[in-house]
Ligand binder design. Sequence first.
Ligand code: ATP
Length: 422
Amino acid sequence: MLGSLKAILKTTTVDEVVRCHPMPGTADAKDESSVDDSAYSQSYTRHLERRLRALETEKQILQAERSRLEKETQTLRTELEKLRQSPLITATITEMLEDGRAIVKSSTGPNFVVHVASSIPKDKLQPGALVALNQRSFAITQELPPSRDPIIRAMEIEEAPNVSYQDIGGLLDQLREIRETVELPLLKPELFEQVGIEPPKGVLLTGKPGTGKTLCARAVAHETNATFIRVIGSELVQKFIGEGARLVREIFMLAKEKAPAIIFVDELDAVGSHRLDIATSGDREVQRTLMQLLSELDGFESRGQVAVLGATNRPDILDPALLRPGRFDRIIEFPLPDDASRREIFKIHIRGMNIDSAVDFNQLLSATQGRTGADIKTMCTEAGMFAIRDNRTCVTQEDFRKAISKVQERGLGDHAPSSIYC
Ligand code: ATP
């Protein structure tokens, strides 16, 4: 500041001398010098004011920068603290004692009697709750959210699927039965109470692959606004002892949480086949999973708004225990679609397609005898692909002919791998 003042003084003095050359000691010279002085001090004051404003702005910028850096340091310190902290041990509460302590089973194995940190509300600590223990004192320091197996999280869960009854061709009797046994108990449970009967506990859908079992289950979930939980039976077969049974338990817990819900167990035969007398340890694990499934179906605890649907291509190998009344007591068979049903299925799958008006559907129907709904869907997609390959936007009879023979060549018919086993 002082430096700039001196510089200005210096410049101004030289300028004045050069510009005016007043004779020293004369009145003129005095007047002129007083005018120059006041002009100079005014301009100098303005200059100082400008400089002050600039410095104040600079100060504000620096203050903002400083508080930003302080925040960043704080965040980094907290992060560092977190990284330095020793890990906590997970444990499950088995019992709450009257003196406020708890008996826990730690994930490392042994059981401990531990104190509870006063910051945790006591009412949240129920037997079965998951908690974190301090590594040294084993005191409960945190209450954790209930654990859920990663497989369950990855399971196919749809909140009300987007398939409706209008998307199903034929299968009128099957749909009526499913609606009676699944839709009514979910939508009008009071009807069953008034009549004084219990709704069927489980419904088993049987039939060749691609006959629309999953489709119907999803459509019911859509119509009842229920969460659709699809489990593949083979995924319930786990490597470690007790894992499969735990999965089944957790799936039913999840369904209760998301109720109304429909649990759809596809490939039920993977866990539900005949139990043998001579069994390997692997077989015994599958049996344990099956027993858990049976006990969930029996409804040791009330299942509430949860319906269970199973599907299999091999009802003949299912364990009779699964089929006894009170478990999968309704069996609905899905046949191959007849002419009328195939016409309906074709109509559904060509709904959005650009079809040549000359396409003869009677011919298509006779060429697709013995095919499933899934085959017909594939044929329609293939016909569309043939049109695209020829640079056309309209699908012709010839495209359908080629598509049908392509699907037949692929062995989706009588020689399909699935039909070898059915
Ligand atoms: P899997 O036993 O292999 O699980 P699935 O019987 O469950 O077979 P879906 O998955 O329901 O067979 O059917 C496959 C596809 O076939 C459906 O997504 C649907 O597009 C079509 N499909 C099957 N049946 C019908 C039908 N009756 N109406 C309309 N589309 C159908």
